[in-house]
Design a protein around this ligand. Sequence first.
Ligand code: SAM
Length: 212
Amino acid sequence: MRLRNIKGAREAMISSPYTVNEPAANKGKWAEFFGNSNPIRLEIGTGKGQFITALAEQNPAINYIGIEKYSSVLLRALQKQEVLQLPNLIFIRMEAEEIEDIFAQGEIDRIYLNFSDPWPKDRHAHRRLTSGKFFSRYDKILKKDGVVEFKTDNVDLFAFSLEEIPAAGWTLDKVTHDLHNDAAMNEGNIMTEYEERFSAQGNAICKLIASR
Ligand code: SAM
């Protein structure tokens, strides 16, 4: 998702109390940053932040960090958070490839990947957020019993992920090809912006949960 360049988006981000501009300085110290030892969960590619904001509202005893590479998109998430002022939610504008520089071994409790960019060309497979390369990064920052949750309507990306994740040494704990008609997996589901849009068009939503 790339919105038009919004004038002042970068400046608004830098001055917001809900973004961290030098995140590497908090590596290994995120509990100190939040002022508590609650679990820390990440959404990578958070877009306009609907999903992670709803989670943070529902779960005040969990800390949430939304990661997004474009300021123009993240600005929308920040605008919501500036109204809500949730103490357990912050955003970082960054490229997900750098997560190992930002989070220490085992510092993260759960990672959410929602409607990640498909990168359909084979030569770009390593850029997919469900590639083995990314899972080896997740392995470094996730605590031992941490999980990765992934939702998409893209059947090719989902099929790739179902092969790639076990090949990277992870276990697929739960899988559905039709989340909204799977009562058990859909319980408590929070829809993302893309999920609302694509399910309204009749696309089935796929979801998997992976652990080591
Ligand atoms: N998760 C939201 C949803 O489900 O509505 C947005 C989905 S959108 C298709 C994917 C988002 O991930 C975009 O906003 C994109 O900029 C961001 N993104 C993709 N690759 C990324 C990366 N490597 N690092 C950070 N953000 C990324």
